[in-house]
Write a protein that binds this ligand. Structure first.
Ligand SMILES: NC(=O)c1ccc[n+]([C@@H]2O[C@H](COP(=O)([O-])OP(=O)(O)OC[C@H]3O[C@@H](n4cnc5c(N)ncnc54)[C@H](OP(=O)(O)O)[C@@H]3O)[C@@H](O)[C@H]2O)c1
Length: 253
């Protein structure tokens, strides 16, 4: 019996990087996977990969910053499956790095709207559904940038500190309602987001690597494993926590 047989999971940003790896891992373990993101071609490619391997998945084109899109996403999930067991609120953007006084309002809006408003909007609908059905599990993607600061990343870091705040307070709101809510805090993970950052600022590669005690970047599957654990019954007494997965990053000052 697969661990997540008959379970339904929503993964925002499921068409790339960490979300893609988590979608594949859930499907392999028996879950029906709903991927939500904007790029349909990438989303359908992941769906096909899952179906070819014998799993079940749907892509629903969604901009997580848009309330109508998010409402439509949840309507479609309920029409198709009638329930939502797990949600991984993972869609996010890095935005251009720069010292705070050189940052723009456009970047503030892009990063905050995606990383914070998008997570909150999705959580609101997930929790409404989970309350109706009697429970569920939510995992949010924060970052080690949600635990500490670093040069050039004030806006991103503020958004990820915010994700941890949402996670803790929502966990407190619903701890007695059989809804567990936790976050993962990845260190540097080799995904298109990180590669794009290294392409525009090559010196970042060495600078980031020097912060990781294990001396290497992570791979998306190393985050997927933690998300599946947090959703599983093995994590049944965990809520409101942020799990750091960063090869030792943030351990030393
Ligand atoms: N890679 C790292 O080192 C690292 C470290 C810590 C935390 N994180 C976090 O991990 C999460 C996933 O990032 P990744 O590294 O896997 O990068 P990625 O491959 O670039 O994935 C980002 C995902 O977010 C989706 N997305 C962005 N804006 C969206 C929007 N408005 N509506 C819906 N989906 C949107 C993208 O899909 P579309 O563009 O198609 O919409 C894509 O699927 C992010 O929250 C990121 O901040 C990454």
């Amino acid at each position: 019996m697969k661990r997540f047989a008959d379970k339904v999971v929503l993964i925002t940003g499921g068409n790339s990087g960490i979300g893609r790896a988590t979608s594949l891992a859930f499907a392999k373990d028996g879950a029906k996977v709903v991927l939500a993101a904007r790029r349909e071609d990438l989303g359908q490619a992941v769906v096909q990969e899952i179906i070819k391997a014998g799993g079940e998945a749907h892509f629903i084109k969604t901009d997580v910053t848009s309330q109508p899109d998010v409402e439509d996403l949840f309507k479609k999930i309920i029409v198709t499956y009638g329930k939502l067991d797990y949600a991984f609120n993972n869609a996010g953007v890095g935005g251009p790095m720069n010292r705070l006084a050189k940052q723009t309002l456009e970047n503030w809006d892009l990063v905050m709207n995606t990383n914070l408003r998008g997570v909150w909007l999705c959580m609101k609908h997930e929790i409404q559904q989970m309350l109706q059905q009697g429970g569920g599990v939510i995992v949010n993607t924060a970052s080690t940038a949600g635990i500490s600061g670093s040069p050039g990343s004030a806006i991103y870091s503020a958004s990820k500190h915010g994700v941890i705040g949402l996670t803790k307070s929502a966990a407190a709101d619903y701890a007695t309602k059989n809804i567990r809510i936790n976050a993962v805090c990845p260190g540097p993970i080799m995904t298109p987001m990180l590669e794009e950052g290294f392409n525009t600022r090559p010196a970042m590669r060495e600078a980031y690597l020097s912060t990781v005690l294990m001396g290497r970047f992570g791979v998306p599957e190393e985050i997927a494993g933690a998300v599946l654990f947090l959703c599983s019954d093995e994590a049944s007494f965990m809520t409101g926590y942020s799990m750091t997965i960063g090869g030792g990053q943030t351990v030393t000052p």
